[in-house]
Design a protein around this ligand. Structure first.
Ligand SMILES: C[S@@+](CC[C@H](N)C(=O)[O-])C[C@H]1O[C@@H](n2cnc3c(N)ncnc32)[C@H](O)[C@@H]1O
Length: 195
């Protein structure tokens, strides 16, 4: 985590604690865990709730070209900061729950989705919108990686059942403020047989 990121993050938290959902940007360890299964050959990567961009930086370190990244962020301050930091990425200022309403990618073309969104505190309708939109674009076998500070997957079993998705714990680190885990969400029956 860069020290320069702490102030904009705290400012965002003071303005809107529920939406910011954390008081500190993610550290290097959880960023590496969130992106560790993503391969540059997979295709475009969609990041939801990038904030100041710790997962974005980690994706670039893994070799994903900046031009293959689409970042969806609601905060105007973070969007401005991201545009300065990642000029070749596509940066969209919008509600991640509405991504499925637009043609942001060819359906089934996205390699992976990385989500820093605080889904635990979101209403179920918003969570459904986010997952529906993400899986519209994800390729067969593609995965949605979700961070959480809680003890289990932050997407309820009810929503997973409705959308025919399944979750798997990937990893946890105590070296983050607060300690955080990663969950991988995939389609239950994947046509590519890769799930
Ligand atoms: C917990 S912060 C995570 C930021 C960054 N990924 C990190 O790990 O440091 C959540 C981020 O999601 C953004 N966000 C919250 N609700 C959103 C929404 N509905 N659509 C897009 N971005 C949203 C917030 O502005 C914030 O940048």
């Amino acid at each position: 985590m860069s020290f320069a990121d702490v102030l904009p993050f705290l400012r965002s938290w003071v303005r809107n604690p529920l939406r910011t959902a954390a008081i500190m940007p993610s550290g290097n360890r959880i960023s590496a865990l969130m992106t560790g299964e993503i391969d540059p050959e997979m295709g475009p990567v969609l990041e939801l709730g990038p904030g100041t961009g710790p997962f974005t930086r980690s994706l670039l370190q893994r070799g994903v070209p900046e031009s293959m990244l689409t970042l969806v962020e609601y905060s105007s301050e973070f969007t401005r900061l991201l545009r300065g930091r990642f000029p070749s990425a596509r940066i969209l200022r919008m509600d991640a729950a509405r991504i499925g309403e637009f043609n942001l990618f060819e359906p089934g073309s996205v390699g992976a989705v990385v989500s820093g969104l605080g889904v635990l505190t979101m209403p179920p309708r918003q969570v459904k919108g986010i997952l529906n939109g993400a899986f519209k674009y994800l390729r067969p076998g593609g995965a949605f990686y979700q961070i959480t500070y809680g003890p289990r997957c932050p997407v309820s079993k009810e929503i997973l059942d409705i959308l025919q998705l399944e979750e798997r714990f990937v990893a946890k680190t105590m070296r983050n403020i607060p300690p955080a885990s990663v969950y991988r969400i995939k389609r239950r029956v994947d046509t590519a047989g890769l799930s």
